[in-house]
Write a protein that binds this ligand. Structure first.
Ligand SMILES: Nc1nc2c(c(=O)[nH]1)N[C@H]1C(S)=C(S)[C@@H](COP(=O)(O)OP(=O)(O)OC[C@H]3O[C@@H](n4cnc5c(N)ncnc54)[C@H](O)[C@@H]3O)O[C@H]1N2
Ligand code: MOO
Length: 638
């Protein structure tokens, strides 16, 4: 079997240069004339000029009387000027035509009725006051839009006012999308191990629509060279651009690159970016053929970087608005490529704080949760915590700025709270980073979070949270919201096949345990119990695994990857696992004093104590909801 090992990767700038020089000109030759009513998002071929003026007559800007400005000269408090209707003035409303005899409008508020067709005024106006003169907005012959301009809703208004009913725009581009892989099936088909649901082609289809192109999605093509060749030739014939998804890397069945070479030219195979490295840029019959890697995040980044600019060559870059953010943690990156990291961003105090999300190329949820993208240049090893960097926004900044930032322990109640807030339509949401309870306390110390959910058991006192607050938040003034207790216990499959009842059962040789990461409250709880009961943790099979959420522990048990895990009851209930209670713990919220009056924090405090929300949590089970109470704590020491 011959493997297709790719050669040197080229830099992103080089790839973009080739893309532009090879494809933009031929793609932007054909144009068509269309109605102004349907031109949203289209790109103009030539500059567009007004054929009429707006306004096209002298129009009154106010309700009042049209008159000669000169006839009011000299009017003031002690000199009322008297004017006669018809000869000296006529009544007009806003937008009315101003008779050629007149050159100004006196507002109706300044008109004193005198009866018998006469009025008086003590106010004078200057020539053309309160008149919108011909062409004030758009003069006939003015250039309304330049060429190569992507039309927006307000442009359509100006075009119509300027008398433009039809205009010449570039033809829309059609994009043929071919998902490949013998293991790829359409959504909804039955699943067995090894089968992959095609989601990428639907993402591409939607991205093409959003960028004003016409997608043509084909059914998945298996890894068979003849079928692939046929599919590529068909797409090249039917579309302006062809995108082949997956089969771009070095796998033995990755035929894409050899087929493009056979049918046309390959300019690039391998670009120094991550994700997206195995991207292919080629040409068949004079048309772009782009090979996009299979992993969904790589696929999104590569499609955004190499296909969308073909659909909108001017604006693709400018549309990426950048903002400055402060990094909440260190990010390390390799020197061999530019790395694109998905970031969660939140505004805490005056700073926008950004935390990296899952960097895996298959982590689609990292894209859903991302507020922006951070680019780490090829020559950089990354950034230290606290560094100020720029991120490209994926979501509107006002939406980001209205989010309550919650850094700390993971509990599904935070997702339900976020949903509860969203349903209220007040514009507030929760932006959660799950870094474990201790990570939350550290974020409080650095002033980087509005709230920190924590459940940390103090080994000495057996009390929740206060031990850690006293240790790590010296000199800080904080507020502590208590009131939620939750059951922690063992997750086992239905019927409890390994008969697990208590801690000592974790030490059975044939029991595999799924552990949580250090710094998480659940891990602290386990270690506390082990220590108290004088067990040696290293004798537990699987103690060294470090899963980061209750859900991932539950899934590990559910899928049979492990036999037992420790986690909260609500997740066991939702995932249909059996639950053996171990401890009832306090799930508290630390709120730094400086943010207690922040509207987002106040909104959170109101919603988390809302009866409807509490009833919902009760219906999930696993929580004991006592009366909420807040205390203010000034931690001593420095
Ligand atoms: N030995 C090497 N292996 C790999 C390398 C390498 O340099 N050497 N590069 C890795 C990188 S980086 C990437 S990215 C992937 C790209 O792989 P392919 O483009 O060849 O894609 P496949 O192997 O066919 O699929 C990978 C993966 O992608 C998902 N997938 C595929 N199609 C779809 C679809 N239509 N919808 C949703 N998801 C899809 C799926 O999880 C596949 O398992 O190669 C690495 N390997
Ligand atoms: O390029 Mo791959 O896209 O790094 O995961």
């Amino acid at each position: 079997m011959k493997r297709n090992v790719y050669l040197d990767t080229v830099d992103l700038e080089e790839a973009e240069k080739i893309l532009r020089s090879q494809f933009i000109k031929p793609l932007y030759e054909e144009s068509e004339v269309i109605s102004v009513f349907n031109c949203l998002g289209r790109i103009t071929k030539e500059p567009i000029f007004a054929t009429i003026s707006n306004p096209h007559y002298n129009a009154s800007a106010m309700d009042g009387i049209a008159l000669k400005a000169e006839s009011t000269y000299g009017a003031h408090e002690r000199n009322e000027v008297i004017l006669c209707e018809g000869a000296d003035f006529m009544y007009v409303d806003t937008g009315d035509y101003i008779d050629q005899r007149f050159n100004a409008v006196l507002m109706i508020e300044d008109v004193i009725p005198k009866g018998e067709g006469q009025i008086g005024t003590i106010k004078s106006v200057y020539p053309w006051e309160n008149v919108r003169v011909v062409g004030e907005d758009i003069a006939c012959g003015d250039m309304i839009l330049t060429s190569n301009y992507r039309i927006t809703p307000v442009d359509i208004g100006a075009l119509i006012s300027g008398g433009v009913l039809e205009l010449e725009v570039y033809k829309l581009k059609t994009v043929g999308i071919i998902p490949t892989g013998t293991e790829i099936v359409n959504p909804g088909e039955s699943l067995k191990p090894g089968v992959i649901i095609d989601s990428n082609s639907r993402v591409f289809e939607s991205m093409v629509k959003e960028t004003n192109g016409i997608p043509n999605r084909y059914d998945p093509v298996p890894d068979e060279i003849d079928k692939l060749r046929k599919a590529i030739l068909k797409s090249v014939e039917e579309n302006d651009i062809t995108v082949i998804n997956a089969g771009s890397s070095a796998g033995s069945e990755d035929y894409t690159v050899s087929l493009i070479r056979e049918l046309g030219d390959v300019y690039i195979h391998g670009i120094a970016i991550k994700p997206g490295k195995p991207t292919i840029i080629g040409k068949i019959a004079g048309k772009p053929v782009i090979g996009i890697p299979g992993y969904p995040v790589s696929a999104y980044i590569a499609f955004k970087t190499f296909v969308l600019p073909l659909l909108n060559p001017n604006l693709a870059k400018k549309e990426d608005v950048k903002i400055e953010v402060t990094l909440s943690k260190r990010i390390v990156s390799a020197l061999k490529h530019e790395e694109i990291v998905r970031m969660k961003v939140g505004k805490v105090g005056e700073k926008r704080i950004a935390t990296p999300l899952n960097r895996g190329a298959g982590a689609t949820m990292s894209l859903v949760n991302a507020d922006g993208l951070l680019r780490i240049p090829k020559a950089s090893e990354g950034y230290e915590a606290g560094a100020i960097v720029e991120v490209e926004l994926l979501k509107p900044v006002d939406l980001i700025d209205r989010s309550l930032v919650s850094i700390g322990s993971h509990d599904i109640l935070m997702d339900y709270l976020n949903d509860f807030m969203s349903k209220a339509r007040d514009g507030y949401t929760v932006s959660s980073a799950h870094v474990g309870s201790l990570g939350g306390i550290m974020a409080v110390r650095k002033g980087e979070t509005h709230i920190a959910p924590t459940h940390l058991l103090d080994e000495e006192t057996g009390l929740y949270n206060m031990g850690f607050i006293n240790k790590y938040l010296k000199g800080e003034k904080i507020h502590l919201l208590k009131g939620i207790k939750r059951w922690q216990g063992f997750y086992v499959n239905k019927g409890n096949p390994k008969n697990i009842k208590e801690i000592k059962d974790l030490f059975d040789k044939d029991v595999l345990f799924a552990n949580r990461q250090r710094g998480s409250g659940t891990r602290v709880l386990l270690d506390y119990i082990l220590k108290k009961e004088k067990y040696e943790s290293r004798l537990i099979n699987g103690y060294d695994t470090e899963l980061t959420t209750h859900t991932s522990v539950a899934l590990s048990v559910l899928s049979g990857n492990s036999d037992v895990g420790l986690g909260i009851q609500s997740v066991a209930n939702l995932m249909g696992l059996e639950f053996i209670p171990v401890a009832l713990e306090d799930y508290d919220f630390i709120i730094p004093h400086e943010y207690i009056n922040d509207p987002r924090v106040q909104y959170f405090l109101e919603k988390i104590q809302n009866t409807e929300f509490i009833n919902h949590l009760k219906s999930i089970g696993g929580y004991e909801l006592e009366g909420f109470h807040m205390s203010t704590i000034e931690v001593g020491g420095t």
